[in-house]
Write a protein that binds this ligand. Structure first.
Ligand code: SAM
Length: 325
């Protein structure tokens, strides 16, 4: 039955107009559900695109008269590396956005979407569920890091920093660390930099680098902790392996590389009906490759110790490997 449903869904998704309809419908449902939880997806994302506080409707109306591109143009120019050549796997559709990660619509929605998706990690009634889900997810990862590393890291590189959510929370956990965020989307980084300037004047500045995590350009043996939070499920195997090798190059002897992402071995994914998994895969083009990767072997093959793998939520795992001293 499941296999039939799965192949029916695959068939439907191969018809472009139907796939578009399904994606729009799924998107609307997600936004509606988020809003019932108190995560005001549409308003927050629109306010961010327009750079107006959602609580000031007048400002928002005035700002809407301007073009989003014009509002953000200077920021984009400032952060964008004009010489960067995007890997082909990256310039595809992700998360039901045709432009993938390269545009203002996805950039303005990363944060609300993360809070909406993570609202459902823990069951209703659990303190960690609902609006607390995203913060609880990150706290559970940082707890594993704190328990594994012998001392708090003083230098951290956050690969796949996005709009800065993982980077800011690492900074807030390891308050004395000097933190760098690396991402391939200049749109996401422009928002990270803007958020830092608006909301985080009292915290140490984070350096943002527009680069591929495969080739960060940062010095070798220079970092106590390289972290990649929710990035690996977006990577084909070849890129995942290259990034693990780059992390090994960056980490100082005795330093660590940590990944937090979906846990293919968790019951949630093992018992997920195949047709639901098929729908999920339609928005995550490399999920199959991520699920198939032997992560311990990939760490060991570049020189890391056998990593510890800890289930930190019902459906996420934290993987931490060490570079021998
Ligand atoms: C799901 S988001 C996670 C963002 C953030 N780390 C968080 O925890 O919210 C994945 C991020 O990885 C970035 N990314 C994907 N492939 C990348 C690569 N090869 N190099 C650098 N960034 C990459 C994407 O642009 C996106 O911002």
């Amino acid at each position: 039955m499941n296999a039939v449903a799965s192949s029916v869904i695959n068939g439907l998704l191969s018809v472009k107009p139907l796939a578009k309809f399904a994606k729009n419908r799924a998107r609307t449902m997600m936004m509606d559900r988020a809003e019932t939880l108190g995560i005001y997806w549409r308003d927050e994302a629109r306010a961010l695109r327009m750079r107006a506080a959602a609580s000031t409707p007048l400002d928002l109306r005035q700002a809407e008269g301007c073009e989003v591109n014009a509002i953000w143009e200077a920021d984009l120019k400032q952060i964008e590396n004009p010489d960067l050549v995007y890997p082909r796997y990256y310039t595809t559709s992700f998360h039901a956005y045709d432009e993938g990660n390269l545009g203002w619509l996805p950039a303005s929605e990363v944060d609300v979407a993360a809070r909406a998706v993570h609202a459902r990690i823990w069951p209703e009634g659990d303190d960690r569920a609902g609006v607390n889900g995203d913060a609880s997810l990150r706290a559970s990862y940082h707890q594993v890091i704190a328990q594994t590393l012998p001392v708090a890291p003083e230098t951290i590189v956050d690969l796949g920093a996005g709009v800065g959510r993982s980077t800011f929370t690492l900074q807030d956990t390891f308050v004395n660390a000097q933190v760098t965020g690396v991402d391939l989307s200049p749109y996401f980084l422009a928002i990270a930099q803007y958020t830092q300037s608006q909301e985080r004047q009292d915290t140490p500045p984070i350096q943002w680098i527009h680069a591929a995590a495969e080739h960060t350009g940062l010095p070798a043996n220079s970092v106590d902790l390289v972290s990649a939070c929710l990035m690996f499920h977006e990577l084909p195997t070849s890129a995942a392996r290259e990034i693990i090798a780059e992390a090994y190059r960056l980490v100082r002897p005795g330093g660590h590389f940590a990944i937090m992402d979906m846990n293919p071995q968790s019951e949630v994914y093992r018992k997920m009906p195949p047709y639901v998994l098929t729908l999920l895969k339609s928005t995550e083009p490399y999920l199959d490759q991520y699920f198939a990767l032997d992560i311990s072997e990939a760490f060991e093959s570049v020189g890391f110790t056998t990593p510890t793998i800890t289930q930190n939520t019902p459906r996420h795992r934290s993987i931490i490997g060490k570079k021998k001293a």
